[in-house]
Design a binder for this molecule. Sequence first.
Ligand SMILES: C[S@@+](CC[C@H](N)C(=O)[O-])C[C@H]1O[C@@H](n2cnc3c(N)ncnc32)[C@H](O)[C@@H]1O
Length: 234
Amino acid sequence: MPSHEPPPSKDQEVQRTFNKITDYYDRMNRLMTLGRHAAWCRDVAASANVPSGGSMLDIATGTGVIALAALENYPDSSIHAVDFSERMLTEAARKPGASAITWQYADANDLPFGDGSFDAVTHGYLLRNVDDVERVLEEQYRVLKPGGRVVILETCPPRGPLRHPVTLGVRVVIPLLGQLVARDRESYAYLQESTLGFMTPKEVVAILRRVGFTSVAWKKKFFGTHMIISARKQ
Ligand SMILES: C[S@@+](CC[C@H](N)C(=O)[O-])C[C@H]1O[C@@H](n2cnc3c(N)ncnc32)[C@H](O)[C@@H]1O
């Protein structure tokens, strides 16, 4: 009798995808965002407002761009960076300055930190990769100190008059670059789908408020395909 393996969960597929594309990740990101990704990460790090001697957690750190930007802003703070892709963490830990950051394997659904551990939590392109956005944001609320901030960089579906040309651009350009640069059209087809299929800023804001966050603010970037959202724990 043929055996039927259970299909891999979304988390397992995401983990496999990021372990697979690690070598091309930074180069592809620069190309897909026309070099803007690093500036958005600096913006996220600056918005985290970590107090002197404080602590920050960057979740889904990938190759560590937000965590390393935070280190420049807050050299006397303790920066933790977690991801569930071992290969991404290894790549991040090789970068200049990386030894000042604590890199750790962790799943965003179940963070291995106590309640109220951090002054700020950041993440880039995490939410569109998880099954349960609310649970992941609840975990972040839990590990933040009262008054702490979360800052989120995420893609969002384009709206308004540019919606159709930008959607077409994303559909064509991302898989094409994936094919040309990484020779991996399949992984980048997933990234293209998850970019266009994710929530609007207002939908994310509604979940943040439900979880208990206040002072929620957001701005859009890059033809309305990216958003940076910040919020405070009461
Ligand atoms: C697109 S990369 C973003 C990396 C980085 N934040 C940036 O802005 O370049 C997404 C990262 O999220 C990680 N990730 C996705 N789901 C996760 C989860 N449930 N727990 C921990 N990391 C996760 C992936 O392994 C991957 O490294």
